[in-house]
Design a protein around this ligand. Structure first.
Ligand code: NAD
Length: 256
């Protein structure tokens, strides 16, 4: 009985940036809990490969090519998904970019705007669009992917724009949670440490990795499935009393 709360049978879950990395791991976890999965990704090949991975595990997911910075397209996608499935129970707003490596004083407008557009605006467009259907139904759970970078300043890499965008996601999460709490919609976030995905592969060199590991009490990076299990908990009824939280899954990084 108790573990029924962890099941999501018959529910529809949408995962942005779900074609690979943390998003794909979340899609796999929610599918295993019983949810129907809709992957959203900007990159068609990535979306398709994510769908393929899920199909290999016996999960028939939908894959939708969509850029989360396009608020009108996000609204249309939400309407289409609702029309097809008749319900939207969970959203994992995971799509994000880093573009690490530029000093604050050298940051061009384009870089600042692009990172904040995807990581922050995109999260809000998705929360708003999918949240509307949850509010109408009087139930739903949103999990936004923030970052430990919303709490600390990473070193040695420079990424003011990324850090600020993730802190904004955490506060957006709390603000929406409070506004929607009495209407049955929970909004939480997860703040991961460094996770082994394409995102970290593109910035990391041996020297940087040594610093990351040295600064992490657990002495290692995380794996996508270790974030997916937290996301699953926050997306299902097992976390029915939790809203507005940003859960750190960071190997202790933010304690030092
Ligand atoms: P990733 O680059 O492997 O995957 C991100 C996915 O999002 C890709 O499939 C990409 O195509 C998609 N995407 C990017 N921009 C998009 C857009 N505008 N619209 C739709 N889809 C888009 O990255 P990841 O490591 O899996 O990161 C996922 C999330 O976790 C991001 O929000 C990231 O900031 C966050 N995060 C990652 C780490 C880490 O160390 N990897 C740490 C903390 C937080």
């Amino acid at each position: 009985m108790f573990f029924e709360k962890f099941r999501m049978d018959g529910q529809t879950a949408v995962v942005t940036g779900g074609g690979r990395g943390i998003g794909l791991a979340c899609a796999e976890a929610l599918a295993e809990a019983g949810a129907r999965i809709v992957i959203i990704d900007r990159d068609e090949a990535v979306a398709e490969s994510g769908r393929h991975v899920l199909a290999g595990k016996g999960v028939e997911a939908d894959a939708l090519v969509l850029d989360v910075t396009d608020s009108a397209a996000v609204d249309t996608a939400a309407a289409d998904i609702f029309a097809k499935h008749g319900r939207i129970d969970a959203l994992v707003a995971n799509a994000g970019i880093a573009r690490t490596g530029t000093a604050a004083e050298d940051t061009p407008d384009e870089l600042w705007l692009n990172v904040n557009d995807v990581n922050y605006n995109g999260v809000f467009w998705c929360n708003r669009a999918f949240g509307r259907y949850m509010l109408k139904a009087g139930r739903g759970a949103i999990v936004n992917i923030g970052s430990m970078s919303g709490y600390i300043v990473n070193r040695p890499q420079l990424q003011t724009y990324y850090n600020a965008s993730k802190a904004a996601v955490h506060h957006l999460t709390a603000s929406l949670a409070v506004e929607w709490a009495e209407r049955g919609v929970r909004v939480n976030a997860v703040a991961p440490t460094y996770i082994e995905t394409e995102m970290t592969k593109t910035v990391v060199d041996k020297k940087m990795m040594d610093i990351w590991i040295r600064d992490t009490p657990m002495g290692r990076m995380g794996q996508p499935h270790e974030i997916a299990s937290v996301v699953h908990f926050l997306a299902c009824d097992a976390s029915s009393l939790i809203t507005g939280a940003t859960v750190k899954a960071d190997g202790g990084f933010t304690c030092w």
